[in-house]
Write a new protein. Structure first.
Length: 340
């Protein structure tokens, strides 16, 4: 369990720096496929991920979390903005430079059924990144694959089996082993447990947490399950309609949410105490998430927010710090002071 609420960001090394990142997908119509608009999946997000931490990225489906993860890894080309890995700017690299960089940043995908090639044996699936990056020879790669299987808690002699011979949780472990093959320092885990049985989810999250301390990894952990994110993350960023609306140290965000959207999300987590559960107030959000192709003016959350006033409809709120300098608690809300 990551105990890191006392960490001070000023003395930490920034591993990933995201600066005003945007990813818009063009909407084309007609015979000539003219662009008539854009889906603003990610619209100007900025944050740092510190070396050795797990940053949780949460929000409803369709808010742009997965797109953000893929754009940070340059699996999708950003529309605008910059991503730095250490002091290197990824958005500037050409394809062969990016490919060399890839071995240091990997992704664990959401669906362990879709992300493993059913025609390949497990040994080849895990060994493929080593081959692509020209790491080791055949014998050392074979050894490394067995080592990786043991590391994720699977029998190292399973190398000749195919994905369909494994359960969902085991397949996700194979996906994790593949992501670890090239010894990366940064991993984007894109909803890595949402396709798994609840009974297996905790095992996979514990495995990720153990690997983090064992291998010195840094994670961007994308999920919509807030209780899991609280368990594994050091800091949490809350995303709504392509923007980050709140970000801070895990317990600050969970115990004192300053954005009405975060408050609504947290009010939906069941509390194990039946008395508390009976008396607490659920915040039900009005309406649906607006379309990212046509986001509302001003604060994007205002059509669903019970605190919205004129300024919310007119002006985009600034993303500002209402925490301390050593423990920032960032929020984009005109009325956040009333929740302090």
């Amino acid at each position: 369990m990551s105990q890191s609420n006392n960490h001070n960001n000023s003395n930490q090394e920034v591993l990933i720096k995201v600066s005003n990142l945007k990813k818009h997908f063009p909407i084309r119509r007609g015979v000539f496929r003219r662009q008539v608009g854009a889906v603003q999946a990610v619209d100007g997000i900025s944050f740092n991920i510190y070396k050795g931490e797990t940053l949780g990225l949460v929000g409803e489906s369709g808010c742009g979390k997965s797109t953000a993860g893929r754009t940070i890894l340059q699996l999708l080309t950003p529309t605008e903005g910059k991503v730095y890995f250490g002091d290197e700017e990824l958005t500037d690299l050409n394809r062969s430079q990016l490919r060399r960089k890839r071995r240091h940043m990997q992704m664990i995908f959401q669906d362990p059924y879709a992300s493993l090639n059913p025609r390949m044996q497990v040994g080849s699936i895990i060994g493929e990144p080593l081959q692509i990056h020209g790491i080791g020879n055949a014998a050392s790669r074979k050894e490394r694959v067995q080592e990786l299987l043991s590391l994720v808690g699977l029998n190292p002699y399973f190398v000749k089996r195919y994905p369909h011979e494994f359960s969902g949780g085991q397949r996700q472990r194979i996906g994790i082993a593949r992501a670890l093959a090239t010894n990366p320092s940064f991993i984007v885990a894109d909803e890595p447990i949402s396709a798994l049985d609840v009974s297996i989810q905790a095992q996979v999250v514990n495995l990720l947490d153990d690997l983090k301390s064992e291998l010195g990894l840094t994670y961007l952990f994308i999920a919509h399950d807030l209780s899991m994110v609280r368990y594994i993350s050091d800091r949490v960023a809350v995303m709504y309609l392509g923007r980050i609306v709140e970000m801070g140290v895990r317990d600050d965000v969970y115990d004192h949410p300053l954005h009405p959207y975060t408050q609504a999300l947290l009010s939906a987590i069941p509390i194990p105490d039946p008395d508390k559960e009976a008396t607490r107030k659920r915040i039900i959000l009005e309406g649906d998430v607006p379309s990212p192709a046509n986001p509302p003016t001003g604060c994007r959350f205002h059509p669903r927010c019970s605190y919205a006033t004129d300024i919310c409809r007119r002006e985009d709120p600034e993303f500002r710090n209402l925490g301390t300098e050593s423990q920032p608690h960032m929020v984009a809300c005109h009325h956040a002071e009333k929740f302090l």
